[in-house]
Design a protein around this ligand. Structure first.
Ligand code: TRP
Length: 458
């Protein structure tokens, strides 16, 4: 066996800001930009937003802290780390992480490919008048495969350059631009005359919805996906940390930034939808699961068409922002797989990124051909398996590793009482709530699994 450490020095972040922006870049992605606002509106508006924030606080932040702890403590890829720290019985958890990274990136890249295509066509002189037909034509089949492959190529090109020159530099450039575009769009959306009804729909407090047991499933699934939890993505990022920062504080910053972006994205989307009377186009009022991932891609361009060239600019800005958000998330998904191959098998970064990027690109082709396959992969891998991974991460850190984990957290956080609060959430609150969530997720997960198997065969 080759000792990877002997053949190549392990990557590391250049600055704390670089690490935080990259972690926020991982979290902020397609999940924030429209899925959050959509789920929130359907799930009870302001009441849902509060429930979501509570879940982020009591499960999201403690679990993210746990992932960061394991990463910094091990200085290794999660796959190697969970086996070495937890013992051989924990090795399957590491494989689950890599499987999720592979599986999510495969379909995520397809959606990201659509955003690229939209941005490109909008810049080239506007999108075609019939946005529905346009979406049909670019979102599946050869055009979708082509943009998916291009997006994967860009992702691989960044990951090849490594943590400091690839991941960190991409985040330092893309994230500020993303924030500027988002704020610009929110200000513009506030000027729409019919926007008030959109804010009202988005934020109306509907307590009744919260009594539906499915709401906790939706909120938890959304929180895990949006915060990049449950598959070692932020664990991998923290394994490139050398300094003694307070990991609970870093987790809080990342989680709040992620929530902030999701919330503001809703303040862009809903005024547009209501100002242009698109409520029925996108099927508001139906079950969320009825809606395909494509709705926003149809509604937004349709609405903005009436604005002429100003509309083209807004559409271009929106999809460029989505593309940037997707890119910094895709990088983190690929990095989980690549770091496992570098640290576990001693491969060079370049060969690991090229080969596994290529395999993931191939793995995404079924999702590029069939949107139903894409939706099922999202429900099964992007929702259910993440919760499974998060549950076992909580058990690993909260029980098997609690002593060393507490010591690692203490390096940047000397308040013992605060650490005890963290431990309580990881040991009791998170596992119990996640079991409840898993229970409610069973039917949809099973359904999605069947869809994957049947469509995969056909
Ligand atoms: N959080 C990203 C989003 O909201 C997607 C993502 C990136 C992700 N890395 C992840 C999801 C790791 C789960 C796990 O779009």
């Amino acid at each position: 066996m080759t000792d990877p450490a002997a053949t190549q020095a392990r990557d590391a972040w250049g600055t704390r800001a670089g690490f935080i922006l990259a972690a926020v870049g991982s979290a902020v992605g397609l999940g924030n930009m429209w899925r959050f606002s959509y789920v929130a509106a359907e799930g009870g508006g302001a009441a849902f937003v509060l429930l979501y924030l509570v879940l982020v606080a009591i499960i999201g932040i403690p679990l993210m802290t746990s992932e960061l702890i394991v990463g910094r403590m091990s200085q290794e890829s999660p796959v190697v780390a969970v086996k070495r720290l937890g013992g051989p019985a924990w090795a399957p958890l590491g494989w689950l992480f890599v499987f999720c990274g592979f599986g999510i990136l495969a379909y995520y890249s397809v959606i990201a490919g659509w955003t690229m295509r939209y941005a490109f066509d909008a810049l080239r002189g506007g999108l075609p008048t019939d946005a529905g037909a346009y979406f049909q034509s670019v979102a599946s089949g050869w055009p979708a495969i082509a943009s998916h492959l291009l997006f994967m190529a860009i992702t691989v090109a960044i990951v090849v350059f490594g943590v400091k020159r690839g991941l960190e530099r991409a985040a330092l450039i893309l994230m500020p631009v993303l924030f500027l575009i988002l704020v610009g769009l929110a200000v513009w959306a506030a000027s729409l005359p019919g926007g008030g009804a959109g804010y009202a729909y988005y934020l109306r407090p509907q307590l009744g919805e919260l009594l539906d047991p499915n709401i906790i499933r939706l909120a938890a699934g959304q929180a895990f996906f949006s915060l990049s939890l449950g598959m070692g993505a932020l664990m991998t990022y923290a394994s490139y940390l050398r300094s003694k920062e307070n990991l609970a504080k870093e987790a809080t910053i990342v989680a709040l930034a992620d929530f902030g972006v999701a919330f503001v994205a809703g303040l862009v989307i809903f005024p547009i939808i209501f100002n242009f009377g698109l409520e029925t186009t996108i099927g508001l009022g139906r079950e969320i699961s009825d809606n395909t991932v494509g709705t926003l891609f149809i509604a937004l361009p349709t609405g903005l068409q009436s604005l002429g060239s100003l509309g083209d600019i807004v559409v271009a800005a929106f999809f460029i922002m989505l593309f940037f958000a997707a890119l910094t998330s895709a990088i983190s998904l690929l990095e989980v797989v690549v770091s496992a191959v570098i640290d576990g098998w001693g491969w060079r970064r370049r060969s690991a990124s090229l080969l596994f990027g290529f395999l993931i690109a191939l793995g995404g082709i079924p999702a590029a051909i069939n949107i139903d396959f894409l939706g099922a992969a999202d429900a099964f891998v992007g929702n259910f398996l993440l919760i499974v991974g998060g549950f076992f991460t909580a058990i690993l850190v909260g029980y098997r590793l609690i002593g060393p984990a507490d010591a690692e957290l203490a390096r940047g956080m000397d308040n013992a009482r605060a650490r005890a609060v963290w431990a309580g959430f990881v040991r009791y609150v998170a596992p119990i709530l996640l079991l409840v969530v898993l229970y409610f997720m069973m039917p949809t997960a099973w359904q999605a699994f069947i869809t994957i198997v049947t469509l995969g065969r056909g």
